[in-house]
Design a protein around this ligand. Structure first.
Ligand code: LER
Ligand code: MN
Length: 272
């Protein structure tokens, strides 16, 4: 049975620079790191040096500027460009793909405009869905040319209107129809939006290419009421072989708490 491949968001890793973060993660028992703040093409060599020195695997890169569903073309163009660069970086550093959240800025930035309601032609959510399909479709082809995945993240209703559930994310992938368009599962968001986390993971199956781990209160796993055992059982059942990345608050002494969490997650995976 596959081992748990455990990663963490870059900014959660202790250390003053990339090399220190990679070294500390190796010592703490992690396998990978999600590149977030350093997701810039000009840092590719520095990331590769840290990877080679420690064996810590960069697992995903992140798209930054712009917004794919903004009504302004210049904002969409910026987003397409930043996704293309994140795809190129993922290919250079051997990451699984680029993590993308299509609607977080529209939901979280109150000054950002939303596409107007154009009914009876199309409603705002319909137009936003069409834009996601059109732009992610092009980006999935670009990801395919680079041998990596586009990985769409559903978020809970307070952070994104759509996609919220894994089924929403899969609907985008199925409409596009590219094998390089995938989704990811964040257990914190799923705790809010899904009826049953394990069942949704099983249904997502091969569409899953990344997982975020946080407990129900978005603290380190083991400090809330999320059932990691049944979630890990579902991941094992579908033969999930990509990374599970910590994305949560870490209370108390950072290193001691991260060590406890690594032990808790590896033991839970073993039992699952
Ligand atoms: C935001 O809540 C989140 O879960 C992140 O993974 C988005 O990049
Ligand atoms: Mn997440």
């Amino acid at each position: 049975m596959a081992e748990l491949r455990l990663s963490i968001r870059e900014t959660m890793a202790p250390g003053a620079n990339l090399m220190e973060r990679f070294q500390n993660l190796r010592r703490l028992g992690f396998d990978g790191i999600e590149i977030t703040a350093s997701s810039r093409l000009e840092l590719a060599d520095e990331i590769l040096r840290a990877k080679e020195a420690t064996g810590i695997q960069p697992t995903i890169t992140s798209a930054g500027a712009g917004c794919l569903i903004d009504p302004r073309k210049e904002e969409r163009d910026l987003a397409v460009q930043s996704h293309r660069e994140a795809i190129e970086l993922a290919a250079r550093i051997g990451a699984v793909g680029v993590l993308t959240v299509p609607g977080i800025k529209i939901r979280m930035q109150p000054d950002r405009p939303r596409i107007p309601d154009l009914r009876p032609l199309k409603s705002t959510p319909e137009l936003e869905f069409d834009l996601m399909v059109a732009l992610y479709g092009e980006l999935a082809d670009y990801a395919q040319q680079h041998g990596v995945f586009l990985i769409i993240e559903p978020l809970n209703r307070y952070e994104q209107y759509f996609p919220r559930t894994l089924a929403d994310g899969i609907k985008i992938c199925q409409t596009i129809g590219s094998p390089h368009c995938k989704i990811m599962a964040d257990l914190f968001h799923m705790n809010i939006e899904e009826a049953e986390i394990a069942a949704s993971l099983r249904e997502a199956g091969d569409y899953l290419a990344n997982v975020h781990l946080a407990d129900s209160n978005r603290q380190t796993p083991g400090r809330g009421h999320t059932d990691f055992l049944s979630a890990f059982r579902a991941l094992k059942e579908i033969g999930y072989s990509y990374f599970c990345g910590l994305e949560c608050g870490v209370p108390g002494d950072q290193e001691a708490e991260l060590s406890r969490t690594v032990k808790y997650l590896r033991e839970t995976w073993e039992r699952a």
